[in-house]
Design a protein around this ligand. Structure first.
Ligand code: TYD
Length: 138
């Protein structure tokens, strides 16, 4: 199951410039490599707070900073990479089995996240040591 690990990737989304206001979009299996089962968003994050601190066994996500900016820190069990999102026409593909934290939220930032699975607490790995052990077996 875990042997099909993909890599994180910043995706530049289409941007339709218009003097009436710009428009961007993404579609299932086009700009994002999965079918969307769930959409959620994170907002009103108090200064200095962090979200995440877990990995998913199977869930994959695509994260867009619809407003403001924040960092997504992805950890493969050996190396941490910081992805700064600050434009609404860039998104970050987050494969399964990456330890994820989101921090450095700007005031009034809005994080849109789409997922390839419905919410399932059993899909979460919330213990970092357990995550690193599982990673070693991939
Ligand atoms: P969690 O995924 O731990 O938040 P984050 O990774 O952003 O820090 O979820 C926080 C709470 O919200 C947890 O009790 C489960 C609930 N939740 C849902 O009910 N549905 C969802 O789609 C998500 C993402 C979370």
């Amino acid at each position: 199951m875990y042997n099909m690990i993909q890599f994180p990737q910043i995706v530049k989304l289409p941007k339709i410039p218009d003097k009436r206001g710009n428009l961007s979009f993404f579609e299932n299996n086009n700009q994002i490599p999965f079918e969307i089962k769930r959409t959620y968003w994170i907002y009103d994050v108090p200064g200095g707070e962090a979200r995440g601190g877990h990995a998913y066994r199977e869930n994959e996500e695509f994260v867009v900073a619809l407003s403001g900016s924040f960092d997504v820190v992805l950890d493969d069990g050996q190396k941490k990479t910081v992805y700064s999102l600050n434009r609404s026409y860039y998104g970050l593909y987050v494969p399964k089995m990456y330890w994820r934290e989101m921090n450095n939220f700007s005031t009034n930032s809005l994080a849109l996240i789409v997922s390839c699975t419905e919410y399932n607490e059993n899909d979460y790995i919330r213990n970092y040591d357990e995550f690193c052990d599982m990673r070693k077996t991939i």
